[in-house]
Design a protein around this ligand. Structure first.
Ligand code: C2E
Ligand code: CA
Ligand code: CA
Length: 665
């Protein structure tokens, strides 16, 4: 029963294998026209040989409509040569073909057997031969649709067998039996080859499915390779791929686009204070916000760390607005767990083609513009301009001159007095670097220092300048303190720190007279690397000061964690001392230092009013043009030895540190 059911399902074209039906259709497209052609030619031949023997209606009357129908079917199949059928259509078409094939077989066998009643032995022989070769030919043509081949074979051979067996003529009986057997064998051969055909099709479709899956996986891999795992935003690779693609696309058009880089402000201290896990959560939150911004024509990516990038198809105004929108959105407060956090963001933008035409240049320029936002006004967006271009050029000139400079000759330390306010005496000097380049003339430290840092010249510069400054301060009468500025490079380099301490030993100066100044920003930017070096310095007995205090993170957390002895309040607060907020900041920093028992130096005192206000706030140490600018060593030395004063102020006889006894244990 099971087998019968399976046979019926097979005969009706199994709908579970549409791919086979489709393949069958493709094969039949070329073979069925041949089948119809064979049928027509053979039928015309039989009709021709019977023309005289059989009545007209039999040879022409009946055949004519049969031929018309056959021709139409022939044409339909020829026309469908280029047609591709869907799976369901193919199944329908195959079923149709089985039915139609059976009907054609019925009509043709009925017609040809009725012709057998006319003519002599040769005409009758022709009929027997016509049926035999036509049925074998047709079965062959239907080899890819064995269901139809089977139907045709039985519809033709059984009546054929019956017809000739009934006539009791040995020759015809033998012929009929022969044909029947041949047909059975041919059918078996066809079924065998059909099985092979099905297997091939199934393995091909399995292969195609596998290929499709592989392609899907490839596409997924490709997507993952271009996605940032933490924020699910497109990543750096995607950013640069898109940038290259964009350049290729607009190259020969007038289209413009913008490359933007966005960097979080104050992310590092949050990450350091609350741990990396919270840092990651914060970045994820930033990513989510950026995703919901939905800016048209903008692709936002995470480039790594706390840096994001965007590509915008549009001009300068759109780009600046986009940068500002992104920064503002990022700057809104975050609530993570019980914590309320706030980070800022600064943005730099480079426009194609003004700022550059290659990915590398565009990215560099947007980074430069970002650096500009960060250093001049955090939280803002800077579009790379001609001014920046000029600055880069002059930076390059400085770089070249710096590379070939004779540091010992061209660089000097100038000395700015640090004044104790209660007794109006100089307790020490801050050494400030001065460069007189034979090529460029005087170059300001703010110009050459970042370049020296970037080009790896800082170590040599720091060590040689410090050596010179220590030697010079020792030539002055009394035990004066020396403050010396260290850059971010210096405080993270064990080699530099070791070299500085070696100078202290070699020059035989009391380490407690030396204060190394560094900015909050430089310490925090690389706190992990700096911590060890700061401990080494501290352990050697030198003092540490936090410079430009109030302008950076001013995080109390850091103030407690850093092994510092003093802070230097940034000159901007003194400049604004009449402003109630600035005065409040100074007051609270002074109080903070007092409670932490560390020294506080006020920088940038330029006039007597500022000085009076500071004294009223009980500030003890100050620097500024009001007392003296940074002076050349010869001037300081001559005046100190001649009158025991510099710029009209006496030199303290003993170090301020001993006086004030405020340094932390
Ligand atoms: P800084 O350490 O904050 O130094 C104070 C700066 O303010 C100096 O500028 C000084 O000349 C200037 N200044 C002093 N008094 C006043 C005042 O009353 N009003 C105003 N408006 N300015 C005043 P300078 O010499 O141009 O140095 C700039 C910065 O370069 C320094 O800022 C320091 O961060 C860095 N620097 C200088 N020399 C060195 C050095 O040898 N090594 C390192 N790493 N950095 C240095
Ligand atoms: Ca300083
Ligand atoms: Ca300063």
């Amino acid at each position: 029963m099971e087998k019968v059911r399976a046979f019926i399902t097979w005969m009706m074209i199994d709908p579970r294998h549409p791919e086979i039906a489709q393949a069958q259709y493709n094969e039949l497209k070329t073979q069925i026209p041949l089948l119809y052609a064979l049928l027509m030619v053979n039928a015309i031949a039989v009709s021709y040989t019977h023309y005289d023997a059989a009545p007209f209606y039999m040879t022409v009357g009946i055949l004519a409509p049969m031929l018309v129908f056959t021709t139409i079917r022939f044409a339909v199949w020829v026309n469908s040569r280029n047609k591709v059928l869907g799976p369901e259509e193919a199944i329908k078409k195959m079923r149709q073909t089985v039915v139609l094939g059976s009907l054609v077989a019925v009509v043709y066998i009925a017609w040809s057997l009725s012709l057998d009643a006319y003519g002599g032995p040769s005409e009758r022989g022709h009929v027997a031969l016509f049926i035999a070769i036509t049925v074998i030919g047709c079965i062959f043509c239907l080899m890819h649709l064995p269901q139809a081949a089977l139907m045709v074979m039985f519809i033709v051979t059984i009546p054929y067998l019956y017809h000739y067996l009934r006539q009791d003529q040995d020759v015809y009986v033998a012929m009929a039996m022969n044909i029947f057997l041949v047909c059975l064998v041919v059918l078996q051969v066809l079924l065998n080859s059909y099985r092979g055909f099905c297997k091939l099709i199934q393995s091909q479709s399995a292969l195609a499915a596998k290929q499709k899956e592989t392609e899907r996986l490839n596409a997924e891999n490709e997507r993952l390779a271009q996605t940032d795992a933490l924020t699910d935003l497109p990543n750096r690779r995607y950013f640069f791929n898109q940038l290259d693609a964009l350049i290729n696309k607009v190259e020969k058009t007038d289209d413009v686009f913008a490359v933007g880089v966005v960097d979080l402000d104050r992310f590092k201290p949050i990450n350091d204070t609350y741990g990396h896990q919270l840092g990651d959560q914060l970045l994820t939150e930033v990513g989510n916000r950026l995703k919901t911004l939905n800016l048209p024509n903008v692709d936002i990516c995470r480039l790594g760390g706390d840096e994001f990038g965007f590509l915008l198809r549009g001009g300068s105004n759109d780009a600046e607005q986009t940068g500002q929108k992104i920064c503002e959105r990022i700057s809104e407060p975050y609530k993570i767990g019980d914590l309320q956090l706030s980070v800022g963001a600064s943005c730099g933008i480079a426009l194609y083609p003004e700022a550059g035409k290659t990915a590398h240049v565009l990215f560099d320029r947007s980074d430069y513009a970002l650096y500009n936002s960060k250093t001049t006004s955090r939280g803002s967006t800077t579009v790379y301009s001609a001014d920046h271009e000029a600055r880069i050029r002059s930076d390059r000139a400085i770089e070249v001159a710096l590379q070939s400079a004779d540091i010992g000759k061209e660089f000097q330390a100038h000395f700015q007095p640090v004044v104790s306010l209660p007794d109006r005496a100089i307790v020490g000097f801050e050494a400030l670097a001065r460069w007189q380049s034979p090529v460029l003339g005087n170059v300001a430290p703010n110009q050459f220092l970042p370049i020296a840092e970037r080009t790896g010249l800082m170590h040599r510069l720091t060590v040689q300048l410090f050596d010179k400054a220590v030697a010079q301060i020792k030539m002055l009468p009394g035990n004066l303190c020396l403050s010396f500025n260290l850059s971010a490079n210096d405080i993270t380099s064990a080699t530099t720190v070791e070299a500085l301490l070696e100078i202290v030993r070699q020059r035989d100066i009391n380490p407690s007279l030396i204060t190394f100044e560094m900015t909050e920003t430089s310490v925090i930017a690389s706190y992990d690397a700096a911590e060890g070096c700061l401990q080494t310095l501290r352990a050697a007995g030198v003092k540490l000061a936090l410079d430009d205090f109030g302008t950076g993170y001013s995080s109390l957390g850091y103030l407690h964690r850093l092994p510092i002895d003093s802070v230097k309040v940034d000159q901007s607060f003194v400049a604004d001392i009449n402003d109630i907020v600035a005065r409040g900041v100074i007051t609270s920093i002074v109080n903070l230092c007092r409670s932490m028992q560390i020294q506080c130096v006020i920088e940038g005192v330029e006039d007597i009013d500022q000085l009076n206000t500071l004294e009223a706030l009980e500030c003890h140490l100050a620097q500024g043009y009001h007392f003296a600018p940074a002076l050349g060593f010869d001037e300081v030395n001559d005046s100190a030895h001649a009158s025991g004063t510099v710029a009209g102020l006496p030199l303290a006889s003993s170090p301020a540190t001993d006086d004030l006894k405020t340094s932390r244990a």
